[in-house]
Design a protein around this ligand. Structure first.
Ligand SMILES: Nc1ncnc2c1ncn2[C@@H]1O[C@H](COP(=O)(O)OP(=O)(O)OP(=O)(O)O)[C@@H](O)[C@H]1O
Ligand SMILES: [Mg+2]
Length: 371
């Protein structure tokens, strides 16, 4: 647990980097500091490992005032990852990762074995061990940065915009890796970002800073999106927060319709009787493994000659599906909005159709969780 008790940093020139911070970072969780540029995020982070000394207040790690700890020892017990990874250019990847264990006095062989283990953990190829940082992509360098920070197995990991210099696709995969690692390692992670989506994705708790080095709100992502405390936080989390909040509700609770799903081998009459007479505008056609093929409209069903199979009609694309077991209401809504039928197709882990849900039914489900 890391506690800030009235912590502040005011520079001699009068700049208030952090005005007054009372905050508890829970152990084994990911806490994200988010806020506009210059709002004191990096300063707060660097006060934890004494790279910046607070001018006021106290910071404790597991109850111990960090002023009572040797800064060099404290820093070695806290992993630190920065943007652009900050690797040593003239050391190999393996030796970059082995840096802290070596500083801690490990034998070279043991430190390198540990480094090799960590390369695997963060998803780097063994062949990259002997390369130098400039021979890796930006995303790979960030992985090395994470591996290096984890090398001595510190309980705390400080990460300052570690993924902001890579493209959005690599960034998402680095976020996925971090989520996976954290499920395994349960570190106390403090993560700084500008990006509210990244914060919501990674954080168990989010601290939103406002200009002037003040904490505007400290909450779970869900509460932050549901109840921003003021206009500043509301504009910072974005006006589409309502839709983003849907990512906290599982799609598995939606009731899916199966009566509008038909086999490609079925004849039009069958769908016509069940769908058109029921006032349903669309039927979904699936193959023999129940994988979706596409939509057929009521008008097509009415006009098609008797006896033809549904699979022989021209089908409208089913768009993208949502995974009933793992996806959220947000994914289901997205699938419905993008579907030409205005209906989302829910599938099982093997891709077989479990049923469909209309925008109207989604609206009802969303309304009930928003209460
Ligand atoms: N050594 C210094 N002397 C004076 N002012 C400083 C010093 N270091 C930082 N500051 C100021 O403190 C404020 C907070 O800086 P900090 O780096 O913590 O912001 P940040 O939230 O991390 O911003 P960014 O998102 O741009 O990284 C800024 O106004 C900055 O200019
Ligand atoms: Mg910063």
């Amino acid at each position: 647990m890391i506690t800030f008790e009235g912590a502040a940093k005011i520079y001699p020139d009068g700049t208030v980097a952090v005005a007054h911070l009372d905050l508890t970072v829970e152990s084994g969780r990911t806490t994200v500091f988010v806020g506009p540029s210059g709002s004191g995020k990096t300063t707060s982070l660097r006060m934890i490992n004494r790279m910046v000394e607070p001018t006021h207040g106290t910071i404790r790690v597991d109850g111990v005032d960090i002023r009572d700890q040797d800064p060099a020892l404290l820093r070695r017990s806290i992993g630190y990852v920065i943007q652009q990874a900050g690797l040593f250019p003239h050391r190999t990847i393996l030796d970059n990762i082995a840096t802290v264990p070596m500083l801690l006095g490990w034998r070279r062989g043991k430190a390198r074995a540990r480094a090799a283990e960590l390369m695997e953990l963060v998803g780097l190829e063994p062949a990259q061990a002997k390369r130098y940082p400039h021979q890796l992509s930006g995303g790979q360098q960030q992985r090395v940065g994470v591996a290096r920070a984890l090398a001595a197995d510190p309980p705390i990991l400080l990460m300052d915009e570690p993924f902001s210099a890579v493209d959005p696709v690599v960034r998402t995969s680095l976020q996925d890796e971090l989520l996976r690692l954290q499920q395994e390692l349960h570190k106390t992670i403090v993560f700084v970002t500008h990006d509210i989506d990244e914060a919501v994705r990674l954080g168990d708790r989010i601290a939103v800073y406002r200009p002037g080095g003040e904490l505007a709100q400290y909450d779970t992502p869900e509460r932050l999106l549901a109840e921003p405390v003021d206009e500043f936080v509301e504009s910072f989390v974005g006006y589409d927060r309502g839709v983003r909040r849907l990512s906290f509700f599982p799609a598995s609770e939606l009731s899916l319709r199966q009566d509008v799903v038909f086999d490609a081998e079925d004849r039009v009459e069958r769908a016509r009787d069940a769908v058109v007479s029921d006032g349903e505008p669309w039927a979904l056609v699936v193959d023999e493994r129940r994988a979706p093929l596409g939509w057929v409209g009521a008008r097509q069903l009415t006009e098609a000659p008797a006896g033809v199979t549904l699979g022989s009609l021209e089908l409208a694309p089913f768009g993208h599906v949502f995974h009933v077991a793992n996806d959220s209401l947000r994914a289901a809504l997205d699938a419905a909005v993008l579907s030409p039928a205005g209906r989302a197709v829910g599938v099982d882990t093997d891709g077989s159709v479990l049923g469909v849900v209309s925008q109207a039914d989604l609206g009802t489900a969303i309304w009930s969780v928003s209460e």
